[in-house]
Design a protein. Structure first.
Length: 416
């Protein structure tokens, strides 16, 4: 029986494996820094060329219907099954391969030389496809050449931005209208994808995910960063303002999100069932004045008495205080928040958290009543102070004793 001769492309793959085997057997001890860098650059270029060869072969695979050998429904599914890449990645590779080798000669040449990476090629193809079929062929060819040229100095992320504005470069007369059309399309699609999901874990936390349009994401980011920024409320000349906040960014943003929720005022939100959106916390007189019994929210949730008393210092909630017969004795007072001038005065005086040993700057502090609001304390500068987020909770935690030192600082001691 005569053996069928293998196509030369199979020999290319075999030689590549042989050369790679030789490379893995080499030692690197005598390889200097400059030579190491040069070798890495050349290997990256070689990897780009290999990816270009794979792309060319993949485009051919769609023509000969390689999937028919296994009964797969498409070339992409066959690729995923045969190579164990994800189906999403397989479909991306097939899409880019077919588009590149059918329409974009300049991109093929650049990929073959190794000067364009697979990621850059993907971005360039997407940008050119987004131009639509009604764009003049000459304009499309010029856009392709310009983007391929940009690839020499820009990574895939930068190319994505440049690709969105490519018509402004090669055809300014139509670029503005095309951009407006593309943005309107993206905004419609983004509006249809808006989602917010939340779930309680049963252990005191709520977890959530959201998808919002880019504009609203930018607005939300500004709100969060305005609160989380270590230089917020920069009203004084203090070396501590220049110190980096030691908390990781995810923690600062998470606590900023919590603070943003607490800062929202009922007047800024629509009524819910005619009763507004202010949270009502129900507690006994004993809890309000320092007891250990938990408090209830009108949402059905339970919170610790210390948390309820802390929120009464500044959050927009109404304490519903019950007597011994569960009758409502008090529904709160409106003037329990330190206003902006009072907070500025506290910042200028306290210069940060007033807990002993704490140097948290004003931007990480909340206004606290020395005389608890729950016991009739007035909202004033004289009987107020700044406490950081942590120490404000400690101040309202009944498991701690509070002592005012001669320096004006507060000392907290756990009860025995």
């Amino acid at each position: 029986m005569t053996e069928t001769a293998l196509h030369p492309i199979a020999g290319v793959a075999a030689r590549l494996h042989g050369d790679l085997d030789d490379g893995f057997d080499l030692g690197f001890l005598t390889l200097g820094a400059a030579e190491t860098g040069a070798a890495l650059v050349e290997l990256e270029r070689a990897a780009n060329r290999l990816a270009a060869l794979q792309s060319r072969l993949l485009a051919h695979a769609t023509e000969v219907r390689v999937e028919d050998e296994t009964g797969a429904p498409s070339t992409a599914v066959w690729l995923a099954n045969a190579t164990h890449v994800t189906r999403a990645e397989a479909h991306r590779r097939v899409r880019v391969a077919v588009a590149t080798h059918e329409r974009y000669d300049a991109l093929v040449a650049a990929s073959t030389s190794g000067s364009v990476s697979p990621g850059q090629a993907d971005v360039i193809v997407r940008a050119l496809e987004d131009l639509g079929d009604d764009v003049d062929a000459g304009v499309r060819d010029e856009a392709e050449k310009v983007l391929v040229g940009f690839a020499a100095d820009h990574d895939a992320k930068d190319l994505r931005v440049l690709g969105r504005r490519i018509l402004d470069i090669v055809a300014p007369a139509v670029g503005e209208a095309r951009e407006a059309e593309l943005l309107a399309k993206e905004e419609r699609e983004a509006a249809a994808k808006v989602r917010l999901t939340m779930r309680e874990d049963g252990h005191g936390c709520v977890h959530g995910r959201f998808t919002v349009p880019e504009m609203h994401g930018a607005m939300f980011t500004k709100m969060i960063d305005a609160i989380a920024s270590p230089r917020r409320d920069h009203l004084r000349d203090d070396p501590r303002d220049d110190a980096a906040d030691p908390r990781p960014a995810w923690e600062r943003r998470g606590q900023a999100f919590v603070e943003l929720i607490e800062r929202m005022r009922d007047a800024d939100l629509p009524d819910a069932a005619g009763a507004g959106t202010t949270v009502v916390v129900t507690m006994s007189v004993d809890t309000l004045t320092g007891g250990l019994a938990a408090a209830s929210l009108d949402t059905g949730h339970r919170i610790s008495p210390g948390e309820a008393r802390r929120l009464a210092c500044g959050a927009d909630l109404v304490p519903a205080v019950l007597g011994t017969k569960s009758e409502v004795l008090d529904l709160g007072r409106a003037a329990r928040f330190h206003n902006k001038p009072q907070r500025i005065a506290l910042i200028l005086r306290d210069r940060g958290c007033t807990a002993e040993g704490c140097d948290a700057p004003p931007q990480r502090c909340e206004a606290h009543h020395d005389d608890p609001w729950s016991r009739g304390g007035r909202t004033s500068v004289e009987r107020g102070r700044l406490l950081c987020w942590h120490h404000h909770r400690v101040a309202h935690d009944p498991t701690y004793l509070t002592e005012t030192l001669g320096t004006g600082k507060l000392r907290f001691t756990r009860r025995n």
